[in-house]
Ligand binder design. Sequence first.
Ligand SMILES: *Cc1c(COP(=O)(O)O)cnc(C)c1O
Length: 460
Amino acid sequence: MRYISTRGLAPELNFEEAMLSGLARDGGLYLPKFIPVLEKKVIQGLVGKSYEEIAFKVIEPFVNDTFSETELRAAIEDSYSQFRHKSRAPLKKMDENYFLLELYHGPTLAFKDFAMQLIGQLFRVSLERSNKSITIIGATSGDTGSAAIEAFKGQKSVNVFIFFPRGRISKIQQLQMSTAKDSNVHAISIDGDFDDCQKVVKDLFTDLDFRDKVNLSGVNSINWARIMAQIVYYFSSYLSLDWPEKKVNFTVPTGNFGDVFAGFMAKKMGLPVSQLFIATNQNDILHNALKTGHYIRKEVNPSISPSMDIQVSSNFERALYYALHGNTKIIQDVFKQFNETGNFTIPEMALEKLQAEYTSGRVSEAETSEIMKKILRRNKLAVCPHTAVGLKVAESNVGDDVMISLATAHPGKFLNAYEDATGEKPDLPEILTDLLNKEERITELKTDLDAIRKFIIERI
Ligand SMILES: *Cc1c(COP(=O)(O)O)cnc(C)c1O
């Protein structure tokens, strides 16, 4: 498989190169040159198969020019062996035609582990083969950073620098990043919001001298490999229903648009998805953009679902690329305008396509708390605030099609929000209680690129 940039100006790459580079050199995002389709009978043939087997079938066409079957199977096995649930992504019945997909049984208790564990393994195989070392940078609203540190800690050819917005992530999220002892991982708190952190990452990537000097790589969902790994649980959840005559809808609590975009790819690969529902919190750039056609950057407004406190949704660029039938010139123009002015208008034809594909809903803080409480009383289920945002949108859209709503993190990661909403404490898995008495190691930096570059160079 060859990979092309959404902006059309960066060189075409193979999978391994696209994975190792993260952001394309023209500022765009990599996408596969074509989308492999799994025939209906191939999909049905996967009913009853393990998560690992489904993952192999879904991922193999994207990577087969750079990883052998043996390498890929081993990477998949190693990635999910530490998950605490044998089906990896169990589906829980909420009501008639209504299901919750639990994606928080990985080592850092959020769905980010599904992709991060796998790319950790694939990076390791690749760097061992080439004998090279790499510098990974990433911005996090909490969960990406902890998943990345967990996946890469102790790897000798990799140094990891994670930027997070100071004071705007949960205590547990911070501890998961700051208590890793390994000297190759660095948690850096930035005085700003998530978008400032994401901008640091993008600016470092577009500084091509620095990029080449430190052999820069990124593991945010700008990295295609992340999206690819997430396509799998859309398939596995559909397959575990074993309802071939039904179509499914998915509701996805959304921030950077990576997760829901993986759902879009699953559909393009042949999964019978009817609608994709995007659920946003009060940071509703996506909801507004889909409603009005105007993509307008606003200030981030901190919420009780901090992993979705994002206004610049990177992966929206990928969705736009398909909605524009691959017109890279328009993508270049709109993102140039966005960088200069903080807004752009989605071309009308593309907006119609996006509206046909995605339906969005915005959920307020009060509604989020209310639904957490309601789900606990009615379904005896503890859900995190992000999951609650999804459930609020899902509930009003359950119909003849099956609705699967994604549970993106364990409630124990967001203790305060959970207690405030429900008046109760969630059960904490042991790995979380262990964190509470560990020593923290955090570097505080400003959004000053020179200082950040210096910090990185001194430590690699
Ligand atoms: C990252 C995250 C999201 C948002 O996912 P995107 O891919 O950025 O849209 C939602 N919920 C939780 C718990 C997350 O960690």
